[in-house]
Design a protein around this ligand. Structure first.
Ligand code: KG4
Ligand code: ZN
Length: 342
């Protein structure tokens, strides 16, 4: 059994995982209410809250799983990428526990954690697969040819998709976090009501861009004010449909050019039903396999960190007690400039 700890952004999470796949407990303390008045995460407030709740959250995970620290075989903690103050809280606690209990410790890349969420349900993906990791801080395509080895295929050149959802929600006067609220609001809207531009990446790279559509929504809102509830729903639906189309198109294009027939969709935005449905349709049409974690494992949680950590511990990886947060930790080296789709 291993303890996973996740504090990279605004969720304080701890989980107990058995045998690398069985979730005995997964506790997520959300800070949404703290950051909602600001329409985005305030780093100082996030780290302060992590300090307050990390110990109770770990205690609750242990008690939910009916285990004690003495039962653990290791500790996995998110090392990065993320907010430095937030990451430091998880790393400090993980190091303290590892030191006191003499347990093996491993630092996990948050994005690898998101990918490992796909291994927490049956069936699990074989290799190779192409993973679309789409969250509040990241939007990227990674090719996993074999366990624990990743190649960056494409990424956003500006905003992350989740960030675009959050910013558009703010423009529309909707609550934070924007993703779930836009999805809910879009249900009563017409996805074809407004034609928002799809970003064009002219050099052929499978990269994403979401700043253009955010600006288009902002201009539309300024022109159309005051907005009726029906108009807000149409904007939400049209925005969501366009973002989903962009994500699906780039993912399918990259898979085709790589000759990969297995996809993983993960990260907070992967909780979005329209995106899940669009990628399912694309994969189904081509006879590809598609793996999407359940929504609660798409958004930030510690079970996914424990799963990735278990794989790394099994591979013999150990972090020294001098390990620390790396806010800009990379999962794979960037593609060389001008190298096109590969
Ligand atoms: O993975 P995550 O929990 O945290 C990061 O690593 O960033 O992702 C959070 C992001 C937020 O931007 C949130 O608005 C978005 O995921 N999100 C969604 C949905 N649920 C969460 N976006 C679209 N539709 C959703 N249902
Ligand atoms: Zn995340």
């Amino acid at each position: 059994m291993i303890l996973g700890i996740e504090t990279s952004c605004d969720e304080t999470a701890a989980a107990i995982l058995a045998d690398g796949t069985k979730i005995l407990a997964s506790v997520v303390a959300s800070q949404d209410q703290i950051h909602a008045p600001y329409g985005g995460v305030v780093p100082e407030l996030a780290s302060r809250r992590h300090v307050e709740v990390i110990v109770p959250v770990i205690r609750k995970a242990l008690s939910d799983a009916s285990v004690s620290l003495a039962d653990l075989a290791g500790i996995a903690v998110t090392q990065g990428p993320g907010l430095v103050g937030s990451l430091l809280v998880g790393c400090s606690v993980a190091k303290s526990l590892a030191y006191v209990r003499k347990l093996p410790l491993v630092g996990v890349n948050h994005l690898e954690g998101h990918i490992f969420a796909a291994f927490l349900q049956e069936p699990t993906p074989d290799y190779p697969f192409l993973a679309l990791v789409v969250s509040g801080g990241h939007t990227a395509l990674y090719l996993a040819r074999q366990p624990l080895a990743y190649q960056l295929i494409g990424q956003t050149r500006d905003d992350a998709a989740g960030e675009a959802f959050d910013k558009v929600a703010k423009l529309l006067g909707l609550a934070y976090p924007g993703g779930p609220v836009i999805e809910q609001t879009a249900r009563s809207g017409d996805p074809r009501a407004i034609s928002f531009p799809m970003a064009q990446i002219t050099d052929g790279a499978p990269d994403f861009s979401f700043s253009g559509i955010k600006t288009a929504v902002s201009l539309h809102v300024k022109r159309a004010r005051p907005l009726s509830a029906a108009h807000v729903a149409d904007i939400a639906a049209s925005f969501q449909a366009t973002v989903v189309k962009m994500l699906a198109k780039k993912t399918v294009g990259a898979a085709l050019s790589l000759g990969v027939r297995r996809l993983v969709l993960t990260g907070g935005v992967a909780a979005n039903k329209a995106l899940r449905a669009a990628l399912s349709a694309e994969a189904g049409e081509r006879g590809w396999e598609l793996f999407i974690p359940p929504p609660a494992l798409c958004t930030d949680n510690a079970a996914m960190i424990a799963a990735a950590g278990q794989a790394r511990l099994s591979a013999g990886e150990r972090a020294p007690l001098t390990m620390n947060a790396i806010p800009d930790l990379k999962l794979a080296e960037p593609r060389p400039q001008g190298s096109g789709a590969r």
